[in-house]
Design a protein around this ligand. Structure first.
Ligand SMILES: Cc1cc2nc3c(=O)[nH]c(=O)nc-3n(C[C@H](O)[C@H](O)[C@H](O)COP(=O)(O)OP(=O)(O)OC[C@H]3O[C@@H](n4cnc5c(N)ncnc54)[C@H](O)[C@@H]3O)c2cc1C
Length: 484
Protein backbone atom coordinates (compact mmCIF):
# COMPACT_ATOMS: atom_id res chain seq x y z
CA UNK A 1 0.00 0.00 0.00
CA UNK A 2 1.45 3.43 -0.89
CA UNK A 3 1.91 6.27 1.55
CA UNK A 4 -0.20 9.41 1.46
CA UNK A 5 1.80 12.64 1.91
CA UNK A 6 2.27 13.59 5.57
CA UNK A 7 -0.21 16.33 6.54
CA UNK A 8 2.26 18.07 8.89
CA UNK A 9 5.47 20.01 8.13
CA UNK A 10 8.80 18.47 9.21
CA UNK A 11 11.78 19.89 11.16
CA UNK A 12 9.84 22.77 12.70
CA UNK A 13 11.29 22.55 16.18
CA UNK A 14 13.85 25.33 15.71
CA UNK A 15 11.21 27.68 14.32
CA UNK A 16 8.94 26.94 17.26
CA UNK A 17 11.81 27.62 19.66
CA UNK A 18 12.39 31.04 18.07
CA UNK A 19 8.74 32.00 18.64
CA UNK A 20 8.89 30.65 22.18
CA UNK A 21 11.95 32.74 23.00
CA UNK A 22 10.78 35.89 21.25
CA UNK A 23 10.85 38.58 23.96
CA UNK A 24 8.23 40.60 22.06
CA UNK A 25 5.64 37.98 22.93
CA UNK A 26 6.29 38.62 26.60
CA UNK A 27 4.32 41.85 26.45
CA UNK A 28 1.18 39.88 25.58
CA UNK A 29 -1.62 41.00 27.88
CA UNK A 30 -2.88 37.44 28.09
CA UNK A 31 -3.51 36.24 31.62
CA UNK A 32 -2.48 32.70 32.40
CA UNK A 33 -5.65 31.67 34.17
CA UNK A 34 -7.81 28.57 33.55
CA UNK A 35 -10.73 29.53 31.30
CA UNK A 36 -14.30 28.47 32.13
CA UNK A 37 -16.08 25.70 30.16
CA UNK A 38 -13.02 23.80 28.87
CA UNK A 39 -13.40 21.11 26.22
CA UNK A 40 -14.09 17.67 27.71
CA UNK A 41 -11.32 15.11 27.36
CA UNK A 42 -11.85 11.39 26.78
CA UNK A 43 -10.35 10.81 30.26
CA UNK A 44 -13.07 12.90 31.91
CA UNK A 45 -16.01 10.97 30.43
CA UNK A 46 -17.77 7.98 31.98
CA UNK A 47 -15.64 8.34 35.10
CA UNK A 48 -16.52 7.15 38.54
CA UNK A 49 -13.62 8.19 40.69
CA UNK A 50 -13.18 9.72 44.07
CA UNK A 51 -13.25 12.57 44.53
CA UNK A 52 -16.17 13.78 42.38
CA UNK A 53 -15.11 16.63 40.04
CA UNK A 54 -16.70 19.38 42.18
CA UNK A 55 -15.53 18.04 45.57
CA UNK A 56 -15.26 20.74 48.26
CA UNK A 57 -16.70 23.47 46.05
CA UNK A 58 -19.49 24.28 48.51
CA UNK A 59 -19.78 24.70 52.27
CA UNK A 60 -17.09 26.02 54.56
CA UNK A 61 -13.63 26.91 53.29
CA UNK A 62 -10.52 25.82 55.17
CA UNK A 63 -9.18 29.01 56.76
CA UNK A 64 -5.87 27.87 58.25
CA UNK A 65 -3.26 25.43 56.97
CA UNK A 66 0.43 24.71 57.19
CA UNK A 67 0.60 24.13 53.43
CA UNK A 68 -1.62 25.49 50.70
CA UNK A 69 -1.15 23.63 47.41
CA UNK A 70 -2.53 25.51 44.41
CA UNK A 71 -3.48 23.16 41.55
CA UNK A 72 -4.93 19.64 41.57
CA UNK A 73 -3.00 18.01 38.73
CA UNK A 74 -0.30 15.37 39.01
CA UNK A 75 2.09 17.88 40.64
CA UNK A 76 -0.32 18.93 43.39
CA UNK A 77 -1.40 15.39 44.25
CA UNK A 78 2.09 13.92 44.00
CA UNK A 79 3.28 16.57 46.45
CA UNK A 80 0.40 15.73 48.79
CA UNK A 81 1.23 12.01 48.48
CA UNK A 82 4.91 12.57 49.33
CA UNK A 83 4.06 14.93 52.21
CA UNK A 84 1.65 12.35 53.67
CA UNK A 85 4.35 9.67 53.48
CA UNK A 86 6.95 11.90 55.10
CA UNK A 87 4.74 13.03 57.99
CA UNK A 88 3.44 9.50 58.58
CA UNK A 89 6.99 8.48 59.47
CA UNK A 90 7.67 11.52 61.63
CA UNK A 91 7.65 10.86 65.37
CA UNK A 92 8.47 14.43 66.51
CA UNK A 93 5.15 16.06 65.55
CA UNK A 94 3.11 17.57 68.39
CA UNK A 95 0.06 17.98 66.13
CA UNK A 96 -1.03 16.89 62.65
CA UNK A 97 0.25 18.91 59.68
CA UNK A 98 -2.67 20.45 57.84
CA UNK A 99 -2.73 20.97 54.07
CA UNK A 100 -5.32 22.18 51.59
CA UNK A 101 -5.46 21.86 47.81
CA UNK A 102 -7.19 24.60 45.81
CA UNK A 103 -8.37 23.96 42.27
CA UNK A 104 -9.77 26.71 40.03
CA UNK A 105 -11.98 24.37 37.99
CA UNK A 106 -12.97 20.72 38.50
CA UNK A 107 -10.69 18.10 40.09
CA UNK A 108 -7.65 17.56 37.87
CA UNK A 109 -9.09 19.47 34.93
CA UNK A 110 -5.79 20.99 33.76
CA UNK A 111 -3.13 19.36 31.57
CA UNK A 112 -3.09 16.12 33.57
CA UNK A 113 -6.79 15.51 32.99
CA UNK A 114 -6.51 16.11 29.26
CA UNK A 115 -3.09 14.84 28.18
CA UNK A 116 -1.89 12.06 25.87
CA UNK A 117 -1.52 9.37 28.56
CA UNK A 118 2.15 8.54 27.88
CA UNK A 119 4.39 7.66 30.81
CA UNK A 120 7.77 7.13 29.19
CA UNK A 121 11.20 8.03 30.51
CA UNK A 122 13.55 9.60 27.98
CA UNK A 123 16.83 7.69 27.89
CA UNK A 124 18.83 9.32 25.14
CA UNK A 125 16.59 12.05 23.71
CA UNK A 126 18.38 15.43 23.69
CA UNK A 127 21.27 13.90 25.67
CA UNK A 128 24.00 15.46 23.52
CA UNK A 129 22.57 18.96 23.82
CA UNK A 130 22.02 18.63 27.58
CA UNK A 131 25.52 17.32 28.14
CA UNK A 132 26.94 20.26 26.21
CA UNK A 133 24.81 22.75 28.15
CA UNK A 134 24.90 21.37 31.69
CA UNK A 135 27.70 18.79 31.76
CA UNK A 136 27.66 15.02 31.88
CA UNK A 137 26.57 14.61 35.50
CA UNK A 138 23.50 16.78 34.99
CA UNK A 139 22.58 15.02 31.74
CA UNK A 140 22.80 11.70 33.62
CA UNK A 141 20.71 13.05 36.51
CA UNK A 142 18.04 14.01 34.02
CA UNK A 143 17.82 10.41 32.82
CA UNK A 144 17.90 9.21 36.44
CA UNK A 145 15.02 11.51 37.44
CA UNK A 146 12.76 10.17 34.68
CA UNK A 147 13.62 6.58 35.48
CA UNK A 148 13.02 7.18 39.19
CA UNK A 149 9.70 8.94 38.44
CA UNK A 150 8.37 6.20 36.18
CA UNK A 151 9.52 3.34 38.44
CA UNK A 152 8.11 4.94 41.61
CA UNK A 153 4.79 5.90 40.05
CA UNK A 154 4.36 2.41 38.60
CA UNK A 155 5.20 0.98 42.03
CA UNK A 156 2.40 3.03 43.58
CA UNK A 157 -0.05 1.78 40.94
CA UNK A 158 1.05 -1.87 41.31
CA UNK A 159 1.10 -1.86 45.11
CA UNK A 160 -2.48 -0.59 45.06
CA UNK A 161 -3.41 -3.32 42.51
CA UNK A 162 -4.70 -0.64 40.17
CA UNK A 163 -3.03 -1.68 36.88
CA UNK A 164 -6.29 -2.84 35.29
CA UNK A 165 -8.37 0.00 36.72
CA UNK A 166 -5.93 2.56 35.31
CA UNK A 167 -5.60 0.72 31.95
CA UNK A 168 -1.85 0.54 32.47
CA UNK A 169 -0.09 -0.88 29.39
CA UNK A 170 3.67 -1.30 29.35
CA UNK A 171 3.95 -2.01 25.64
CA UNK A 172 7.05 0.01 24.82
CA UNK A 173 7.44 3.22 22.87
CA UNK A 174 8.54 3.58 19.24
CA UNK A 175 9.84 6.90 17.96
CA UNK A 176 9.52 7.23 14.18
CA UNK A 177 11.84 9.34 12.06
CA UNK A 178 10.29 11.13 9.12
CA UNK A 179 13.48 12.91 8.09
CA UNK A 180 17.19 12.11 7.89
CA UNK A 181 17.95 15.03 10.23
CA UNK A 182 15.77 13.58 12.99
CA UNK A 183 17.39 10.18 12.58
CA UNK A 184 20.92 11.65 12.64
CA UNK A 185 20.15 13.75 15.72
CA UNK A 186 18.75 10.73 17.55
CA UNK A 187 21.82 8.65 16.69
CA UNK A 188 24.08 11.42 18.01
CA UNK A 189 22.07 11.55 21.27
CA UNK A 190 22.23 7.78 21.58
CA UNK A 191 26.02 7.74 21.08
CA UNK A 192 26.46 10.50 23.68
CA UNK A 193 24.22 8.74 26.20
CA UNK A 194 25.99 5.43 25.68
CA UNK A 195 29.41 7.06 26.05
CA UNK A 196 28.26 8.67 29.30
CA UNK A 197 27.22 5.32 30.72
CA UNK A 198 23.42 5.35 30.25
CA UNK A 199 22.13 1.79 30.19
CA UNK A 200 21.06 1.56 26.55
CA UNK A 201 20.47 -2.20 26.52
CA UNK A 202 16.74 -1.73 26.07
CA UNK A 203 17.02 0.71 23.17
CA UNK A 204 16.52 -1.00 19.82
CA UNK A 205 17.01 0.64 16.42
CA UNK A 206 14.53 -0.38 13.75
CA UNK A 207 15.13 -0.04 10.01
CA UNK A 208 12.38 1.12 7.70
CA UNK A 209 11.91 -2.53 6.73
CA UNK A 210 11.66 -3.63 10.40
CA UNK A 211 8.98 -1.03 11.10
CA UNK A 212 7.12 -1.98 7.92
CA UNK A 213 7.13 -5.66 8.82
CA UNK A 214 6.19 -5.23 12.47
CA UNK A 215 3.88 -2.21 12.39
CA UNK A 216 2.96 -1.27 8.81
CA UNK A 217 4.72 2.10 8.43
CA UNK A 218 7.73 2.61 6.20
CA UNK A 219 9.92 4.86 8.32
CA UNK A 220 12.90 3.95 10.49
CA UNK A 221 12.49 4.16 14.25
CA UNK A 222 13.84 3.41 17.70
CA UNK A 223 12.09 1.34 20.36
CA UNK A 224 12.47 1.81 24.13
CA UNK A 225 10.53 0.86 27.25
CA UNK A 226 7.33 2.86 27.65
CA UNK A 227 3.95 2.87 29.34
CA UNK A 228 0.57 4.47 28.98
CA UNK A 229 -2.29 4.82 31.41
CA UNK A 230 -5.42 6.78 32.30
CA UNK A 231 -3.78 9.91 33.77
CA UNK A 232 -6.82 11.28 35.59
CA UNK A 233 -7.39 7.95 37.32
CA UNK A 234 -3.73 7.90 38.38
CA UNK A 235 -4.28 11.25 40.07
CA UNK A 236 -7.49 9.90 41.68
CA UNK A 237 -5.35 7.12 43.14
CA UNK A 238 -2.82 9.61 44.52
CA UNK A 239 -5.73 11.57 46.04
CA UNK A 240 -6.97 8.48 47.89
CA UNK A 241 -3.50 7.52 49.07
CA UNK A 242 -2.62 11.04 50.24
CA UNK A 243 -5.93 11.64 51.98
CA UNK A 244 -6.12 8.50 54.05
CA UNK A 245 -2.46 7.74 54.61
CA UNK A 246 -1.98 8.96 58.17
CA UNK A 247 -3.65 10.98 60.95
CA UNK A 248 -0.43 13.02 61.03
CA UNK A 249 -1.36 14.71 57.74
CA UNK A 250 -4.83 16.23 57.34
CA UNK A 251 -5.73 17.18 53.79
CA UNK A 252 -8.67 19.21 52.45
CA UNK A 253 -9.63 19.82 48.82
CA UNK A 254 -11.62 22.74 47.45
CA UNK A 255 -12.40 22.56 43.75
CA UNK A 256 -13.95 25.49 41.85
CA UNK A 257 -11.99 27.70 44.24
CA UNK A 258 -9.30 29.68 42.38
CA UNK A 259 -6.47 31.35 44.25
CA UNK A 260 -6.68 34.94 43.06
CA UNK A 261 -3.82 36.55 44.97
CA UNK A 262 -1.26 35.86 47.69
CA UNK A 263 -0.27 38.52 50.22
CA UNK A 264 1.89 38.61 53.37
CA UNK A 265 -0.22 38.15 56.49
CA UNK A 266 2.61 38.40 59.02
CA UNK A 267 6.28 37.47 59.27
CA UNK A 268 5.57 33.74 59.04
CA UNK A 269 2.32 33.46 57.11
CA UNK A 270 0.80 34.12 53.72
CA UNK A 271 -2.85 34.84 52.98
CA UNK A 272 -4.18 33.08 49.87
CA UNK A 273 -7.30 34.84 48.59
CA UNK A 274 -10.15 33.07 46.82
CA UNK A 275 -13.65 34.28 45.91
CA UNK A 276 -14.87 32.20 48.88
CA UNK A 277 -12.57 33.76 51.51
CA UNK A 278 -8.88 33.55 52.43
CA UNK A 279 -6.62 30.88 53.78
CA UNK A 280 -3.75 31.65 56.15
CA UNK A 281 -0.75 29.36 55.67
CA UNK A 282 2.97 29.22 56.30
CA UNK A 283 3.82 27.40 53.05
CA UNK A 284 2.42 27.73 49.54
CA UNK A 285 3.13 25.34 46.67
CA UNK A 286 2.42 26.64 43.18
CA UNK A 287 1.43 23.44 41.35
CA UNK A 288 -0.18 25.37 38.51
CA UNK A 289 2.21 24.56 35.64
CA UNK A 290 1.06 26.55 32.56
CA UNK A 291 -0.84 28.96 34.79
CA UNK A 292 1.96 29.68 37.28
CA UNK A 293 2.42 33.28 36.11
CA UNK A 294 -1.08 34.34 37.10
CA UNK A 295 0.00 34.50 40.74
CA UNK A 296 3.69 35.05 39.91
CA UNK A 297 3.59 37.51 36.96
CA UNK A 298 7.40 37.75 36.69
CA UNK A 299 7.29 34.15 35.47
CA UNK A 300 5.30 34.97 32.33
CA UNK A 301 7.20 34.56 29.05
CA UNK A 302 10.56 33.30 27.82
CA UNK A 303 12.30 33.68 31.20
CA UNK A 304 9.53 31.76 32.93
CA UNK A 305 6.66 29.59 31.76
CA UNK A 306 4.89 29.92 28.42
CA UNK A 307 1.41 28.48 28.02
CA UNK A 308 0.98 26.35 24.90
CA UNK A 309 -2.19 24.68 23.74
CA UNK A 310 -2.08 21.00 22.80
CA UNK A 311 -4.81 19.14 20.92
CA UNK A 312 -5.80 15.50 21.21
CA UNK A 313 -8.17 13.17 19.33
CA UNK A 314 -9.61 9.77 20.23
CA UNK A 315 -9.82 8.02 16.87
CA UNK A 316 -11.07 4.49 16.12
CA UNK A 317 -8.52 2.43 14.15
CA UNK A 318 -9.58 0.33 11.16
CA UNK A 319 -7.27 -2.59 12.05
CA UNK A 320 -7.62 -4.88 15.08
CA UNK A 321 -5.50 -4.73 18.24
CA UNK A 322 -3.04 -7.46 17.21
CA UNK A 323 -2.13 -5.55 14.05
CA UNK A 324 -1.69 -2.26 15.90
CA UNK A 325 0.24 -3.97 18.74
CA UNK A 326 0.48 -2.46 22.23
CA UNK A 327 3.26 -0.02 21.38
CA UNK A 328 2.91 3.68 22.03
CA UNK A 329 4.38 6.11 19.51
CA UNK A 330 6.02 9.44 18.94
CA UNK A 331 7.15 11.16 15.74
CA UNK A 332 8.26 14.37 14.10
CA UNK A 333 10.49 15.71 16.89
CA UNK A 334 7.88 14.72 19.44
CA UNK A 335 5.13 16.89 17.98
CA UNK A 336 2.92 13.81 17.40
CA UNK A 337 2.28 11.05 19.95
CA UNK A 338 -0.30 8.28 20.00
CA UNK A 339 -1.20 4.89 21.47
CA UNK A 340 -3.97 2.33 21.09
CA UNK A 341 -6.14 1.93 24.18
CA UNK A 342 -6.77 -1.59 25.45
CA UNK A 343 -9.82 -3.01 23.63
CA UNK A 344 -13.02 -3.82 25.49
CA UNK A 345 -14.93 -7.06 24.71
CA UNK A 346 -17.37 -5.35 22.32
CA UNK A 347 -14.73 -3.41 20.35
CA UNK A 348 -13.44 -4.70 17.00
CA UNK A 349 -10.62 -2.17 16.84
CA UNK A 350 -8.83 -0.01 19.44
CA UNK A 351 -9.56 3.59 20.15
CA UNK A 352 -6.31 5.45 19.54
CA UNK A 353 -5.41 8.55 21.54
CA UNK A 354 -3.51 10.90 19.22
CA UNK A 355 -2.04 14.27 20.16
CA UNK A 356 -0.08 16.84 18.20
CA UNK A 357 -0.47 18.99 15.12
CA UNK A 358 0.90 22.23 16.61
CA UNK A 359 3.62 22.36 13.95
CA UNK A 360 0.84 22.78 11.39
CA UNK A 361 -0.29 25.96 13.18
CA UNK A 362 2.38 28.47 12.09
CA UNK A 363 3.32 31.17 12.85
CA UNK A 364 2.67 30.78 16.62
CA UNK A 365 2.41 27.02 17.00
CA UNK A 366 -0.27 27.48 19.71
CA UNK A 367 2.30 29.15 21.98
CA UNK A 368 1.02 31.83 24.39
CA UNK A 369 -2.46 30.32 24.09
CA UNK A 370 -4.47 29.53 27.24
CA UNK A 371 -7.94 28.87 25.88
CA UNK A 372 -8.74 25.14 26.20
CA UNK A 373 -12.45 25.76 25.68
CA UNK A 374 -11.89 25.34 21.93
CA UNK A 375 -9.91 23.27 19.45
CA UNK A 376 -8.12 24.55 16.35
CA UNK A 377 -9.77 23.56 13.09
CA UNK A 378 -6.58 23.42 10.99
CA UNK A 379 -4.82 21.27 13.57
CA UNK A 380 -7.88 19.01 13.73
CA UNK A 381 -7.76 18.61 9.95
CA UNK A 382 -4.05 17.72 9.95
CA UNK A 383 -4.52 15.25 12.83
CA UNK A 384 -7.43 13.45 11.16
CA UNK A 385 -5.20 12.82 8.14
CA UNK A 386 -2.08 11.92 10.12
CA UNK A 387 -2.46 8.22 11.04
CA UNK A 388 -4.00 7.17 7.69
CA UNK A 389 -0.95 8.71 6.01
CA UNK A 390 1.60 6.99 8.28
CA UNK A 391 -0.05 3.55 8.50
CA UNK A 392 -1.93 3.04 5.22
CA UNK A 393 -4.70 0.49 5.74
CA UNK A 394 -4.67 0.56 9.53
CA UNK A 395 -6.71 3.77 9.68
CA UNK A 396 -9.55 4.93 7.51
CA UNK A 397 -9.06 8.32 5.82
CA UNK A 398 -11.92 10.68 6.61
CA UNK A 399 -13.10 8.83 9.74
CA UNK A 400 -14.27 11.31 12.38
CA UNK A 401 -12.79 11.07 15.90
CA UNK A 402 -14.97 9.97 18.81
CA UNK A 403 -13.62 12.79 20.97
CA UNK A 404 -11.45 15.86 20.46
CA UNK A 405 -10.19 18.25 23.08
CA UNK A 406 -7.43 20.66 24.01
CA UNK A 407 -5.28 21.33 27.09
CA UNK A 408 -2.67 23.84 28.16
CA UNK A 409 0.98 22.86 28.62
CA UNK A 410 3.57 25.00 30.41
CA UNK A 411 6.72 25.37 28.29
CA UNK A 412 10.06 26.76 29.39
CA UNK A 413 12.92 27.99 27.22
CA UNK A 414 15.09 25.02 28.18
CA UNK A 415 12.30 22.43 28.24
CA UNK A 416 13.06 21.81 31.93
CA UNK A 417 10.85 22.66 34.91
CA UNK A 418 11.51 25.07 37.80
CA UNK A 419 11.55 23.26 41.15
CA UNK A 420 12.08 24.85 44.57
CA UNK A 421 11.55 28.09 46.45
CA UNK A 422 9.96 30.89 44.44
CA UNK A 423 12.58 33.49 43.55
CA UNK A 424 12.11 36.96 42.10
CA UNK A 425 13.38 38.09 38.69
CA UNK A 426 16.85 38.63 40.15
CA UNK A 427 16.95 35.13 41.66
CA UNK A 428 16.35 36.26 45.25
CA UNK A 429 14.08 34.07 47.38
CA UNK A 430 13.59 36.48 50.32
CA UNK A 431 10.46 38.26 49.10
CA UNK A 432 8.67 34.93 48.64
CA UNK A 433 9.96 33.02 51.68
CA UNK A 434 7.63 30.07 52.31
CA UNK A 435 6.42 29.88 48.67
CA UNK A 436 7.57 27.04 46.40
CA UNK A 437 6.87 25.92 42.86
CA UNK A 438 7.20 22.91 40.61
CA UNK A 439 6.14 23.95 37.13
CA UNK A 440 7.07 24.17 33.46
CA UNK A 441 7.06 20.52 32.38
CA UNK A 442 7.06 21.48 28.70
CA UNK A 443 4.64 18.79 27.52
CA UNK A 444 6.66 16.03 29.21
CA UNK A 445 5.24 15.95 32.72
CA UNK A 446 4.14 12.41 33.45
CA UNK A 447 7.73 11.08 33.75
CA UNK A 448 8.93 14.15 35.72
CA UNK A 449 6.18 15.73 37.84
CA UNK A 450 5.92 12.89 40.39
CA UNK A 451 9.66 13.01 41.13
CA UNK A 452 9.86 16.83 41.08
CA UNK A 453 6.95 16.85 43.55
CA UNK A 454 8.91 14.44 45.75
CA UNK A 455 11.77 16.94 45.75
CA UNK A 456 9.67 20.03 46.46
CA UNK A 457 7.58 18.21 49.09
CA UNK A 458 10.89 17.22 50.72
CA UNK A 459 11.96 20.88 50.84
CA UNK A 460 8.67 21.95 52.42
CA UNK A 461 8.67 19.11 54.97
CA UNK A 462 12.29 19.84 55.88
CA UNK A 463 11.44 23.49 56.40
CA UNK A 464 8.51 22.60 58.67
CA UNK A 465 10.64 20.14 60.63
CA UNK A 466 13.63 22.52 60.86
CA UNK A 467 15.94 20.24 58.90
CA UNK A 468 18.20 20.62 55.90
CA UNK A 469 16.97 19.23 52.61
CA UNK A 470 19.52 17.15 50.73
CA UNK A 471 19.45 16.95 46.93
CA UNK A 472 18.62 13.34 45.91
CA UNK A 473 21.18 11.79 43.57
CA UNK A 474 18.51 11.54 40.83
CA UNK A 475 17.63 15.25 40.91
CA UNK A 476 19.13 17.45 38.18
CA UNK A 477 20.55 20.45 40.03
CA UNK A 478 19.79 22.76 37.12
CA UNK A 479 16.04 22.21 37.73
CA UNK A 480 16.41 23.84 41.15
CA UNK A 481 15.49 27.50 41.54
CA UNK A 482 18.02 27.95 44.33
CA UNK A 483 21.49 26.47 43.85
CA UNK A 484 22.35 23.64 46.28
C1 LIG B 1 -2.82 18.03 25.27
C2 LIG B 1 -1.71 17.58 26.17
C3 LIG B 1 -1.08 16.35 25.95
C4 LIG B 1 -0.04 15.94 26.78
N1 LIG B 1 0.47 14.68 26.66
C5 LIG B 1 1.40 14.24 27.54
C6 LIG B 1 1.84 12.91 27.52
O1 LIG B 1 1.32 12.08 26.79
N2 LIG B 1 2.84 12.53 28.37
C7 LIG B 1 3.40 13.43 29.23
O2 LIG B 1 4.34 13.08 29.94
N3 LIG B 1 2.95 14.69 29.32
C8 LIG B 1 1.95 15.11 28.51
N4 LIG B 1 1.48 16.37 28.61
C9 LIG B 1 2.02 17.23 29.66
C10 LIG B 1 1.48 16.85 31.03
O3 LIG B 1 0.10 16.65 30.96
C11 LIG B 1 1.81 17.96 32.02
O4 LIG B 1 3.19 18.20 32.02
C12 LIG B 1 1.41 17.60 33.44
O5 LIG B 1 0.11 17.11 33.45
C13 LIG B 1 1.50 18.84 34.32
O6 LIG B 1 0.90 18.52 35.55
P1 LIG B 1 0.68 19.65 36.61
O7 LIG B 1 -0.03 19.05 37.75
O8 LIG B 1 1.97 20.34 36.87
O9 LIG B 1 -0.27 20.72 35.87
P2 LIG B 1 -1.84 20.62 35.57
O10 LIG B 1 -2.29 19.25 35.40
O11 LIG B 1 -2.12 21.60 34.48
O12 LIG B 1 -2.47 21.14 36.92
C14 LIG B 1 -2.47 22.51 37.29
C15 LIG B 1 -3.83 22.81 37.90
O13 LIG B 1 -3.79 24.09 38.49
C16 LIG B 1 -5.07 24.67 38.37
N5 LIG B 1 -4.90 26.12 38.57
C17 LIG B 1 -4.24 26.98 37.78
N6 LIG B 1 -4.26 28.21 38.31
C18 LIG B 1 -4.95 28.12 39.47
C19 LIG B 1 -5.30 29.05 40.47
N7 LIG B 1 -4.93 30.35 40.41
N8 LIG B 1 -6.02 28.61 41.55
C20 LIG B 1 -6.37 27.29 41.65
N9 LIG B 1 -6.07 26.37 40.70
C21 LIG B 1 -5.36 26.78 39.63
C22 LIG B 1 -5.47 24.29 36.96
O14 LIG B 1 -6.86 24.39 36.77
C23 LIG B 1 -4.95 22.86 36.88
O15 LIG B 1 -5.93 21.91 37.22
C24 LIG B 1 0.41 16.81 27.82
C25 LIG B 1 -0.23 18.03 28.05
C26 LIG B 1 -1.30 18.41 27.24
C27 LIG B 1 -2.01 19.71 27.54
Amino acid sequence: MSHLPLPVPLNVHAKQQAVLEDAATKSSPQKAFPVPHPTVSFWQTGLEITPPPDFGSEGGLTTDADICIIGSGITGWSAAYHLAKTFAEERSLSRPIRAVILEARDFCSGATGRNGGHLTANLHESFAAREKLYGREEALRQVALEQHNVAELLKVVREANQEAELDLVSGGHVELFFSQKEYDDAKEDYAAAQAAGVDVRFIEWLSKEDVQAQYGASYPGVRLPGNNLWPLKAVGLLYNLAKDHTPSFVLDLHTRTPATSITRLDAARWSVSTPRGSIACTHVLHATNAYVSHLLPHLYGPAGVIPARGQVLALRAAAPADVLTKAAWGANEGFEYWFPRPVKAHEAAPLVILGGGREAAAPRYELYEIDDSRVDEDIGKAMRAFLPSVFPGNYEAGREPEAEWSGIMGFTKTGDPFVGPVVDASGDAKAFEGQYLSAGFSGHGMPRAFACAEAVAGMIASNILGRTWMVPDWMPKHYLTVAQ
